[in-house]
Design a protein around this ligand. Structure first.
Ligand code: 4NP
Length: 162
């Protein structure tokens, strides 16, 4: 089992979008028994809240269902529970690294490090912006999710061959 956690600031726009998109791709690939997905925010303002309706609506247009997701705050224990902690921007990275224990097993990266068609390193925060922001966020997240799935599939195949 590979466990993947997506992290942003509020856990109501970018990371739940990544959660829904990547979980959908995992399901379509039939890998839901091998890859587990979660998301969290570094902030606590929206804990327990459903995703932002603009993010949910944009995702639903592309066939991704975010309705069951509820925000939670990132915690230091996540470093011990997840194999991959994939953050949306540099602030998220600094915020979680401040909570990291001296040693842990998680791979911590900017999610867009996986993207093939975007050279940006950060998924921009769409919260204070207009609708096109959510479309761009989805474009980036779909691209990085496809590449992440390819990478994890290779990891699973390598492990199975050992
Ligand atoms: P997210 O967007 O980090 O992509 O979920 C935000 C959501 C809420 C806030 C900021 C960013 N906020 O300040 O409440």
């Amino acid at each position: 089992m590979i466990k993947v956690l997506f992290v942003c600031l509020g856990n109501i726009c970018r990371s739940p979008t990544a959660h829904a998109v990547f979980e959908t791709l995992v399901g379509r690939a039939g890998l839901q028994q091998q890859i587990q997905v979660d998301s969290a925010g570094t902030g606590d303002w929206h804990v327990g809240h459903a995703p932002d309706t603009r993010a949910s609506a944009a995702a639903a247009e592309r066939g991704f269902d975010m309705r069951a997701l509820r925000a939670r705050q990132f915690r230091a224990a996540d470093f011990g529970e997840f194999d991959y902690i994939l953050v949306m921007d540099e602030n998220n990275l600094a915020d979680i690294q401040a909570l990291a224990p001296a040693s842990h097993r998680a791979t911590v990266k900017l999610f867009l490090d996986y993207a093939r068609h975007f050279s940006e390193r950060e998924v921009p925060d769409p919260y204070y912006g207009a609708e096109p922001g959510f479309e761009r966020v989805l474009d980036m997240i779909e691209d990085a999710s496809q590449a992440l799935l390819c990478s994890l599939r290779e990891t699973l195949e390598r492990e199975a061959a050992e």
